[in-house]
Write a protein that binds this ligand. Sequence first.
Ligand code: SF4
Length: 488
Amino acid sequence: MSLSDPLPQFVPGSVCVQCDVCCRFPESDSFLRPYFTRNEIEAAVAQGLSPALFSDPVGSQIALVKDSQSDGYLCPAFDPATSRCGIYAHRPFDCQLYPLALMWSEDGTAVELGWDTKCPFMREAVPAEIHRHAGLVQALLQRETTLRMLANNPRLIGRFQEDVIVLAALPELTDRLRLHQPDPRLRPLRLEDAPRMKQALERSECPGHEALAAYAFVYHYIWATTLSYWWMERDGVFFLFAHSPDGWFMPVPPLGARSLEESVGEGLADLHRWNHGSSVSRIENVTDRQKRDLAGSPLQWSDKFPDYLYRADSLAQLAGDSYKSQRALCNRIERAASVTLRPYTEADQPACRDLFRRWVSQKREGTLDTMGQFLLEDADAAHELIWAVGDRLGLAGTVACAEDRVVGYTFGYWLAPETFAVLVEVADRSMPGLAQYVFRETCRAARCGGAEYINAMDDAGLPGLRAAKQAYHPVATIKSWIASPLQP
Ligand code: SF4
């Protein structure tokens, strides 16, 4: 039995179709709505369910629909005419498990496997059979792939329910979840947390156009399939944490109106505990101003790659000798191809995916160092998220088309009222000048939208990218620091 093989169905199908409990819910926001992991959402969407039914493409409970025959609600995959699941072969693990259920114990210290007495069949089933089935499921739950999947989707573990009869405690799973969630106040970072982080950023007085691109929810969220992000709020301060294979770190300093020194001390104390004193504990993306405020703290500092900041006017016009080569490349595109730009829509997703794949293989044919390869591997999942939920992330997307074919796309966000940050830009590399053209047009659009500055992110330490960013003559580079506790 593996995650790619569905769990055996315990309740006979002939009994299920007679029942009126499963897949129906009394309230629209019932906590019993099935949870879909990222892969399960993709499979369900491929089967025809709307992506809009999932509040977060990284993993979420499905949105229910009104049942026209009752006061209740239905899973949208459920067909009331036949009483069957419309995506049965692709139904999520949460549904496969039923009528067994995973839940936290009453005191919240352990994960337990139980049987749900809400299922009428379970009231009549022979207990010996239930235990045999639970034994099979328990063996699956101890497998590494299952433990990893559950640790990445902790919301598959439900809250304690009195009407679920406990069959077994699951110590391996409990330990794995504690490792992933060493503090019960930690919450996985979800799309719905964007407003909360935005408010925290506003409270923390981030410094206008001097803000690092990292001072935005979307900057972190797009990597949520590569790293696991968590947050907690304490006394009005928002703490963002990330868990990598090496251990825990903070991608930005604590955000809030409280003393930075005090909240940084608290965040580092958490990291120290969770990392068992390992030197991986650190806070990234500390600004120059914050570094000065923390001068009295026992910290050691290293610098990260700075963000490049440009005057929007300069990039929109590309005037004068210093921009001669970029201007020539843009002119080449204007002469050679009729490229048009328009706002990105969800319908562009397949074309963007094709272009991204072409672009990746074009980049691999060129000279890419190890870091460049590494970034490309992770970029795939990030771009998928951007195409799927870019609008919900507050991203402005543009596609460039030549002869009705998508040849480029770009997404960015407003980092501050006067600063537009360019998050990703992909342009067909077989069209010389297209990348420069798309970038100039993006800057022109941002300028028209009121941008005085363009933040083009950092260069990730890649020499080619650094040369390209410097060739656009930044008005400033915005320092980014990493703070770590002083080692004894
Ligand atoms: S996905 Fe299928 S099995 Fe699960 S609740 Fe919906 S209809 Fe029922």
